[in-house]
Design a binder for this molecule. Structure first.
Ligand SMILES: [Zn+2]
Ligand SMILES: [Zn+2]
Length: 106
């Protein structure tokens, strides 16, 4: 696994219900939109000084979708979620760690 993973391609699948990322090292990750949304690390979702989770996963709709995404500089992806939560920025390394494929062993 690369120490400095970077997406070569980001794609919204299933109407945004799934996010596909193809990494520059050829690895492919598939994420459920809801799982990414629950793992949002913004100040609204995680208390900055304690790292305590403020977001209750039960409040995230089962059918949440990614409506769009933006590349943030060369380090992160920002998703625009269908619940209008737009503040979450997902650094590439965090996204790679959230990969649930067999190879990543999560
Ligand atoms: Zn958030
Ligand atoms: Zn993986």
């Amino acid at each position: 696994m690369s120490n400095n993973p970077r997406p070569a391609r980001v794609e919204l699948d299933d109407g945004g219900g799934r996010v596909l990322i193809e990494w520059v090292d050829g690895h492919r990750s598939v994420y459920e939109a809801r799982e990414l949304r629950i793992n949002c690390g913004c100040a609204e979702c995680v208390e900055e000084w304690s790292n305590r989770k403020l977001l209750d996963p039960a409040t995230v709709a089962a059918d949440i979708r990614a409506e769009d995404y933006l590349m943030v500089g060369r380090y992160a992806v920002q998703f625009l979620w269908s619940d209008t939560h737009y503040t979450g920025i997902y650094p590439f390394g965090v996204l790679r760690k959230l990969c649930r494929c067999g190879e990543c062993g999560n």
